[in-house]
Design a protein around this ligand. Structure first.
Ligand SMILES: C[S@@+](CC[C@H](N)C(=O)[O-])C[C@H]1O[C@@H](n2cnc3c(N)ncnc32)[C@H](O)[C@@H]1O
Length: 395
């Protein structure tokens, strides 16, 4: 493809990403994969170049732009070589019209300036949230030692703050690696690895991972438990939960059982576990502000109403989880959000509703105290952004 045709392809993909952001459609990565699946003429270099144009444009814009051209024109202000592609040839973008204006640059959506400021997420943090995310893995001690994996993976660097973590260059292909196939490691951001430690999971415990998704943290907990005890991994999304079983088999985890929940019926479906769990992990659905490095277009999907919905769902799931904690046990609340409404304020509200419970600061190898919990940020901790709190039920 010519450079101009690549720019046009980038504009078309941006149009689809913008539409998906407005309609809560597919993620940018899925849209890009689908676009190329039906355009076999695009070679690997074309794909790489187009993908990087698209993500550079997305990262540049805090608010959802009007269309793909406005987004690409914003990028062209930084990269004037792109301007030459407009009106240059048949497969390239058409000539720039007099009334066309580039989209406004910004780090976060304009309406989020106050919530971010109030949550002490300043410019440095916001810039770090838009950097390219590193590629981290968690070595699975049920299958290998960190030294074994380190020896096999060239360029792997130890993570000082995640005891089983290694960091690799972002483009490293890992899913076909023999060690991956035999379950010696999982791809997992250092932040996820670190917050999983907050639970203090140990062999023999009964653990409920209420929002287990595809089981990233379930597997980390099972490793900390040396695959001894019981983990009930539940979620309301069948597709995500279905991924857990093959992952658990590969990782040598046999203590995790899955349970599909119907939203609104979680209490009844988990009634057999009332006051029975040493630990309940509530890795709640959230705005995902802490993961903008991976999904920068997620900024365009957020609205004040969506955040309010997350906050009420989180509150409900914390209450469901609390009923499962046994006396002296703990509820570990996690969000990959940096907004206090989804973090510290949830903890404050819970303690007001349950004055006999206490918030115990999780002892973690990274992070900064924030309200009743600990917060990890890309800027300070070189991880995705997370908030984690440990709420202990009285004996
Ligand atoms: C942050 S993700 C979990 C990620 C997962 N723990 C991991 O480490 O990979 C939040 C999860 O909450 C799930 N969820 C949403 N509503 C739920 C509900 N009512 N009950 C249980 N899970 C729910 C979503 O399907 C999603 O998988």
């Amino acid at each position: 493809m010519t450079p101009a045709a690549r720019t046009q392809a980038g504009i078309e993909i941006l149009d689809k990403i913008i539409k998906a952001a407005r309609d809560q459609g597919a993620a940018a990565d899925t849209i890009i994969a689908r676009y190329f699946a039906s355009r076999r003429y695009a070679g690997s270099q074309d794909r790489r170049a187009i993908r990087s144009l698209v993500y550079d444009a997305v990262r540049l814009l805090g608010d959802c732009p009007e269309n793909g051209r406005a987004a690409m024109l914003a990028l062209a202000r930084r990269r004037p070589d792109l301007l030459e592609h407009f009106g240059a040839e048949r497969y390239g973008p058409s000539t720039i019209a007099a009334e066309e204006t580039p989209a406004e640059e910004g780090r976060a959506p304009t309406w989020m300036a106050d919530p971010l400021q109030e949550s002490n997420i300043g410019e440095w943090d916001q810039t770090s949230l838009l950097a390219r995310a590193p590629l981290d893995i968690r070595v699975n001690p049920l299958r290998a030692t960190i030294e074994e994996v380190e020896r096999e993976l060239e360029d792997a660097e130890r993570l000082h703050h995640a005891p089983m973590g290694l960091r690799l260059p972002p483009d490293t292909m890992l899913d076909k690696h023999p060690l991956y196939r035999k379950g010696a490691f999982e791809i997992q951001d250092a932040g996820s690895q670190i917050v999983s430690l907050a639970a203090g999971a140990a062999p023999g415990m009964t653990v409920v991972d209420l929002c287990a998704g595809g089981g990233g943290k379930t597997l980390a907990l099972a490793a900390l438990m040396a695959n001894r005890g019981r983990i009930v991994a539940s979620d309301s999304d069948r597709g995500r939960l279905r991924k857990l079983e093959p992952r658990a088999n590969r990782a040598g985890v046999s203590i995790a059982e899955t349970r599909l929940l119907n939203p609104g019926e979680e209490r009844d479906q988990l009634a057999d576990l009332a006051s029975a769990a040493d630990i309940v992990l509530v890795d709640a659905p959230c705005s995902g502000t802490g993961t903008w490095r991976r999904n920068p277009e997620a900024r365009w999907r957020l609205t004040p109403g969506r955040i309010e919905n997350f906050v009420s769902l989180q509150e409900r799931l914390i209450e469901v989880g609390a009923e499962l904690v046994k006396p002296g046990g703990a509820l570990v609340y996690i969000v990959c959000s940096l907004l206090d409404d989804e973090g510290t304020k949830q903890v404050e509200a819970f303690l007001e509703r349950h004055p006999d419970w206490t918030a115990e600061k999780p002892e973690l190898p990274a992070g900064t105290d924030r309200g009743g919990g600990v917060r990890l940020t890309p800027a300070k901790d070189s991880t995705d952004g997370f908030f984690v709190a440990k709420l202990v039920r009285p004996c």
